[in-house]
Ligand binder design. Structure first.
Ligand code: FPP
Length: 249
């Protein structure tokens, strides 16, 4: 009897995206990079709108990294203006549709107006639970780990914890991702194949899909293609493969 085809891997609950390629998208059109970033916001809107129907419950996107401060001041200013652009047009709808918004990353370094806006987006949607959108902004995976280590060290210094209490689970409870389920899938468009300091801890057993599309051109079909590729992956978490044949890795 022929072996049954392998069961497809269940749809990913938590998808993360490195929204890369805005600058190249603009350059190819002879446009300023700022317009590439604005087009990137439109791609984010399309993706958030499509994700729930595809079985995704948590979506985490990389909006601004702790390394992006090194860009020219005018570009940094445009990147800082993107949350306002997004929330001005979409926050009311996100709130109404049951989306809970969280903004991961350091608030230090951001303008007071921007901090207020991020906090407000979180507060206005705090009661929602149909879909979870995390915007990593002024976020770095290493910075997030350092902040978690500092928070735990402060608990030890205050006598509320002992160093030997720390294990992976307790450490994870100090990260921005503490309330999120494990990241199942990380998508990076634009042809680059690296993590760029995104979700370093959370990527431990995530699957990666790299796509040759610039983020402003990212469509529902690209998202579906990434999920399709994910469904063919054999997730082993360091254990044996589903068919019992042990391959390397
Ligand atoms: C990287 O592309 C992208 C960014 C640094 C910004 C990504 C942000 C958005 C798409 C919108 C964010 C929306 C909110 C609400 C914060 P790049 O500029 O490095 O592209 P390149 O590699 O082609 O130059």
């Amino acid at each position: 009897m022929a072996a049954a085809p392998p069961e497809p891997t269940a749809a990913p609950l938590h998808v993360a995206i490195v929204m890369d390629g805005n600058g190249r998208w603009a350059k190819r059109r002879g446009l300023p990079r700022t317009l590439g970033h604005r087009a990137g916001v439109e791609a984010l809107k399309r993706t958030v709108a499509a994700a729930p129907a595809l079985g995704i419950k948590w979506l985490t996107v990389f909006g601004f990294s702790t390394e992006n401060w090194s860009r020219p001041a005018a570009e940094v200013a445009e990147l800082m203006a993107l949350p306002k652009r997004y929330f001005d047009s979409d926050l009311t709808r996100l709130e109404r549709e049951g989306v809970r918004v969280r903004c991961w990353g350091r608030r230090e370094g951001l303008s007071p107006e921007l901090v207020k806006m991020l906090d407000e987006a979180e507060a206005r949607t705090a009661h929602n639970d149909t879909f979870f959108l995390q915007i990593a902004f002024n976020y770095g995976g290493q910075a997030d780990i350092v902040d978690a280590a500092r928070a735990f060290a402060a608990e030890v210094a205050a006598g509320r914890a002992r160093p030997e209490d720390l294990d992976e689970a307790m450490f994870a409870r100090h990260l921005s991702s503490r309330d999120a389920p494990p990241t199942d899938l990380i998508i990076r468009p634009s042809g680059e194949q690296r993590l760029s300091n995104f979700l370093l801890w959370e990527a431990a057993y995530a699957e990666f899909v790299f796509q040759d599309v610039l983020w402003p051109d990212f469509s529902v079909d690209h998202l579906k293609a990434a999920l399709e590729e994910f469904s063919r992956r054999d997730r082993r978490y360091g254990g044996t493969p589903a068919d019992g044949v042990l391959a390397a890795g």
